[in-house]
Design a binder for this molecule. Structure first.
Ligand code: SF4
Length: 271
């Protein structure tokens, strides 16, 4: 029979260990292989893009993130800002679509989230290189920590779960000199999630006006980038860039912590 004390002992048992990972920005094995990130056409496959394939892909996407153009030169466009990573395109065309676990999706312009099909996916600098470069910039520009105010403009809270994870012992964002603050008046960066809802439109504008210059706005998740699964309806605004100017778009549904770090550090580079 268990003693009553066992419950107390279990409750305060601190013997478990949760190690901070060495560098979450590194694109290494810390990213789960089944994490859904960058979507591309499988570069290992040799095929001819034709009307039939193009239409199957286009019709497979519930958020119209995939469009097929049949001009002189057939093209497939992937709008990462609309993609909710549901995986339906891969289910419909497993022979063509490859969902990678690459997280470095953030872009400075909304249009850059639209990838026109090519056989190889460009990834540019590694996160590690960018992280080191930008960490130096935080010290040089601010001479203190970079402060972030998170604004939920009607999100389902999926993005918030990933944003919260930035502060856990695994990712520990504060080691890069980045902290979350409670007021936009103390913030350098607004991290905004949600489609945004009409009810949050005015609040978002007020928060933006309250943030001192120089300020940066980062749209987090497919909803903030484009309205996502909600689109542009009577209750939503179809993305936050119709309300406030956006400096960096981080697509994903939701973007994982590494993707958020990559986007935040990319935003700092804009100052
Ligand atoms: S994974 Fe993205 S691109 Fe593919 S069907 Fe779903 S929303 Fe569309």
């Amino acid at each position: 029979m268990k003693k009553n004390n066992d419950k107390v002992d279990n409750f305060i048992d601190m013997s478990f260990r949760s190690d901070t990972i060495q560098d979450p920005l590194k694109m290494d094995n810390s990213i789960a292989s089944n994490y859904r990130g960058y979507i591309t056409l499988d570069p290992a496959k040799d095929f001819i893009l034709n009307d039939k394939i193009g239409k199957i892909l286009e019709n497979s996407c519930p958020t119209h993130a995939i469009t097929y153009q049949n001009n002189d030169d057939s093209k497939i466009n992937f709008d990462n800002g609309k993609c909710i990573l549901c995986g339906n395109c891969q289910i419909k065309s497993p022979e063509l679509i490859k969902i990678t676990n690459k997280f470095d999706l953030a872009k400075k312009r909304r249009d850059d989230l639209i990838e026109t099909f090519s056989m190889s996916a460009p990834f540019g600098k590694t996160c590690d290189e960018l992280g080191k470069e930008l960490k130096n910039k935080i010290d040089k520009i601010f001479g203190r920590s970079l402060t972030i105010r998170e604004i939920d403009a009607g999100s389902c809270n999926g993005c918030e779960i990933e944003i919260n994870a930035l502060n856990n012992p695994i990712y520990d964002i504060e080691r890069y000199g980045i902290t979350f603050v409670a007021s936009p008046r103390h913030a350098d960066v607004l991290l905004v999630t949600g489609p945004a809802s009409k009810n949050m439109e005015r609040a978002l504008k007020i928060a933006y006006d309250s943030t001192p210059n120089p300020k940066l706005v980062i749209a987090v998740g497919a909803c903030a980038c484009s309205g996502g699964i909600f689109g542009n309806t009577y209750a939503t605004t179809g993305g936050i860039d119709g309300i406030v100017p956006v400096n960096v778009y981080i697509p994903g549904c939701p973007p994982r912590p590494q993707a958020l770090l990559y986007g935040i550090l990319m935003a700092i580079n804009k100052i």
